[in-house]
Ligand binder design. Structure first.
Ligand SMILES: *Cc1c(COP(=O)(O)O)cnc(C)c1O
Length: 383
């Protein structure tokens, strides 16, 4: 019944984990879920109020503009200027997205012909791979290893692969490894893209979730970045708005127009009332973001010091709400955690084969639950 592209999809590990989790819950087991990359914190109330008000205004009830409300795109441009000192033309260099996942899922449709190579980091956000598959592109994985600080080695890509490469997906602060990238790496990517005629998609969903004074850069801060690509960003992680579905693609006019042409033929944009709330989020005080980061930072410290006290060797991330820890066998470790301690962590192999040997903890639960998780782990024998 189904098209081949559905058969070709890799098994969705996260659906399996969800199933196991529900089975345990049905047995009455108290599950501590450190698996989900979804903030447990609520959307700040001034943003919710803004949506309520906008939803009562009938002028928001119609089809939105395909590219997003001009006021929303202007708010994005203003935010980029203030936050990254990146200048964007709101009319041609900003596109509203129904969450950045939507943009990532559609971007290969605009740039990839069947058989073209798409470069994507592995481990990586699963949509890089599935969107490549849907566009009938050929995936070439760029391994992220601890030795390389979880940055891809662009020099290691074989010449014949490079010749056919059309698109590159990558993102820092990184999900799942929690690694950050220096500006020098972004500069290297711009050079690489120019030399090899590759469209770059930088996924910056976590730029605002940062600790200890670290400020994540934008890929567009590099001179010439706009000529080679775009950055996907989102209100989801920054303002605890995952359920609202609002994001943005920003970058060179030509690449943004390409993605826009696909979208025009598929969706009709994000609800105007949500875009208005998005304007409120981007243009009002950013204190709520600092407050969230403070909470995540405390949780990170409790988790990392707890894991260290149990003898695990684990790095302290500067950004994202994840902790990426080396283990022997990621599936076995995750199964043991669930079966013997009622703790959900995500096996790294779910993000690609180079993720095997790691698990990802999401610090999207409060400190008392993280402490409880450490206590439970202390009673396990990890040999
Ligand atoms: C959460 C996430 C996204 C997508 O978030 P949206 O809610 O669709 O904006 C994109 N990339 C990465 C790496 C993510 O973790």
């Amino acid at each position: 019944m189904y098209a081949k592209r559905l058969d070709n999809l890799p098994p969705y590990l996260f659906a399996q984990i969800d199933k196991l989790k529900s089975e345990k819950r049905a047995q009455g087991i108290d599950i501590i879920d450190l698996g989900v990359g979804d903030p447990d914190l609520p959307t700040p109330s001034h943003i919710v109020d803004s949506l309520c008000e906008a939803a009562r205004d009938p002028s928001t009830h119609h089809y939105p503009d395909y590219t997003g409300m001009l006021e929303y795109r202007e708010a994005v441009a203003t935010w980029y200027k203030r936050r990254f000192n990146v200048s964007l033309d709101a009319k041609t260099e900003v596109l509203a997205l129904i969450g950045s996942k939507e943009g990532i899922a559609h971007v290969p449709e605009a740039f990839v012909n069947p058989g073209d190579v798409v470069l994507a980091t592995d481990p990586g956000y699963p949509v890089y791979k599935t969107s490549t598959l849907f566009a009938e592109g050929k995936l070439h994985e760029l391994p992220l290893t601890e030795e390389n600080n979880f940055l891809p080695d662009l020099d290691a890509i074989p010449k014949d692969v490079l010749k056919k490469a059309k698109l590159l997906f990558f993102g820092y602060p990184n999900n799942p490894t929690a690694a950050t990238a220096p500006m020098s790496f972004f500069e290297e990517v711009v050079e690489f893209a120019k030399e090899n005629n590759i469209v770059v998609v930088h996924d910056n969903a976590y730029s605002e979730i940062a600790f200890d004074g670290y400020k994540a850069p934008s890929f567009l801060q590099v001179d010439g970045a706009k000529e080679v690509g775009m950055e996907m960003h989102s209100l989801s992680k920054t303002y605890n708005m995952t359920g609202w579905r609002l994001g943005m693609a920003v970058g060179g006019e030509e690449v943004i127009a390409g993605l826009g042409r696909i979208k025009t033929n598929i969706d009709s944009g994000a609800f105007n009332a949500i875009q208005r709330a998005g304007i409120t989020a981007l243009t009002s005080s950013q204190q709520c973001v600092a407050d969230s980061c403070k909470i995540y930072q405390e949780r990170r410290d409790v988790l990392v010091s707890g894991l260290k006290s149990l003898g695990f060797d684990v790095p302290t991330p500067k950004a994202t709400f994840y902790v990426w820890m080396r283990v022997n066998d990621s599936m076995k470790f995750a199964e043991k955690m669930l079966n013997e301690a009622g703790i959900v962590v995500t096996p790294g192999v779910g993000f690609g084969k180079n993720g095997d040997g790691y698990v990802r903890f999401a610090i999207t639960r409060d400190v008392s639950r993280i402490k409880e998780a450490i206590d439970r782990m202390g009673r396990l024998n990890f040999e």
